[in-house]
Design a protein around this ligand. Structure first.
Ligand SMILES: [Mn+2]
Length: 289
């Protein structure tokens, strides 16, 4: 796979962060994407920024509030549906690697909802579906760049890189490390997949190296839907850990120029996943209660 995805210079781009096996939100994002294809004469793109997999297996009565809207993990189904969508719209559906996907292709195994989520999902899927899923994950990039100024990664832009070439050369296999956990300490892959925050200096350095003006990522949960950090960073929560009322996706004009995250406006570039449930302050139509 190409480590760095270069998005085209025109068309509409929709961005969805961490799904963690939520099929309903995946389907909703597909619906929004297909509406955008119609609205933009077929010129739309859909980008998932990683962690499409590994959700909770919890009964409704045991579900804690901090996990947001109730759902049941459907990681295997989400991956197959992603591959189907990418095949249906060639060159228009893209995904970045998240720390949860990385565990299946050489990275450290995550332990968010199970002692070993990689082993659990591969057990549920069985050998042939696991092989198919790994094949899909191998098509995921480590970052996406665009002429409009937006740079996309799974985690915060804390990686120390001099240029896009440093990402192109990144080793994801884990083969060079004594333990997969050592990946966490690496300055490029470890940061891109695991960093929850970046200082202003780190973000500016990363954006300069990548040729962008603003960094858009997920990985962390923002219960309010999104959080701008300084002029260069925005953390977006489209699905996991958030209630339907606050789920946010990003919509960008790839032929535009964004100077920074101050150019991202609610109701324009920042949009509610479920507008009928979202309050007006998030661009929704729900009546205040
Ligand atoms: Mn993550």
């Amino acid at each position: 796979m190409a480590r760095v995805l270069r998005l085209p210079d025109k068309g509409r781009l929709l961005v969805c962060t961490d799904l963690q096996g939520c099929m309903r939100d995946f389907n909703r994002m597909v619906e929004i994407f297909e509406q955008a294809l119609i609205a933009h004469a077929g010129d739309a793109h859909l980008l998932f920024t990683g962690d499409l997999i590994h959700g909770p297996h919890i009964e409704p009565e045991d579900w804690p509030d901090f996990l947001g809207e109730y759902y049941r993990d459907q990681s295997g189904e989400v991956m197959i549906a992603y591959a189907g969508l990418a095949a249906q719209y060639p060159g228009r559906v893209h995904a970045l690697l998240g720390n949860h996907e990385h565990g299946h292709i050489g990275g450290p195994h995550t332990a968010k909802f199970a002692a070993d989520e990689v082993a659990l999902l591969e057990h549920i899927l069985g050998p042939s579906a696991t092989a198919r899923m790994r094949g899909i994950i191998h098509t995921f990039a480590l970052a996406a760049v665009s002429r409009c100024g937006a740079i996309f990664t799974h985690g915060a832009p804390a990686a120390v890189v001099e240029s896009v070439a440093d990402l192109e050369a990144a080793d994801l296999s884990g083969a060079g490390y004594a333990s997969p956990l050592d990946v966490l300490d690496t300055p490029v892959v470890g940061k891109i997949l695991w960093a929850r925050s970046a200082t202003e200096g780190e973000a500016r350095r990363f954006l300069r190296a990548m040729g962008g003006t603003m960094s858009i990522y997920g990985h962390d949960v923002i219960p309010e839907g999104f959080e701008k950090v300084g002029d260069e960073q925005i953390v977006v929560s489209t699905s996991f850990g958030v209630f339907d009322t606050n789920k946010i996706y990003v919509s960008l004009d790839l032929s535009g120029k964004y100077r920074g995250v101050q150019d991202l406006r609610i109701g324009h570039e920042l949009l509610p996943l479920y507008p009928d449930k979202a309050p007006a302050r998030l661009g929704g139509r729900a009546k205040a209660s």
